[in-house]
Design a protein around this ligand. Sequence first.
Ligand code: FE
Length: 149
Amino acid sequence: MDEQPKSKITKSEEGWKKKLSSEQYSVLRQCGTEPAFTGNLLYNKKKGIYMCAACGNKLFSSNKKYDSGTGWPSFWNTEEKAVRIKPDRSHGMVRDEVICAKCGGHLGHMFDDGPKPTGKRFCVNSAALDFEEEGKKKEKSKIKLYFVL
Ligand code: FE
């Protein structure tokens, strides 16, 4: 049970550095935390799906997002098998680290003060997420199309 499945995507640190912005790299690959109340997805109330900014894994649905008042996007549940939880003993605390199950990227932490029905709070950095609005294509796809044309 404690045996964690291996991450399905592996890339060298140089590879991640090239793919990610410095802010995304600091959060996803170096377990950084964006300052509270600064993330671009904190107040996002649109319907859609939140994906890992590193690998595109579908992590959280907008219908499980809520305002925790903490300053980071918060969800009371994840998409099925989207994340892994790992004990984190850094900074003199014992916390549950939330990791993308596909690429192993650091997303944030999980706490036990969330709303029903799970009672969990998945506290996630905006920088670790991409958002795709329901019924709309991602911005990135549009850019690709532009270059194809
Ligand atoms: Fe990922």
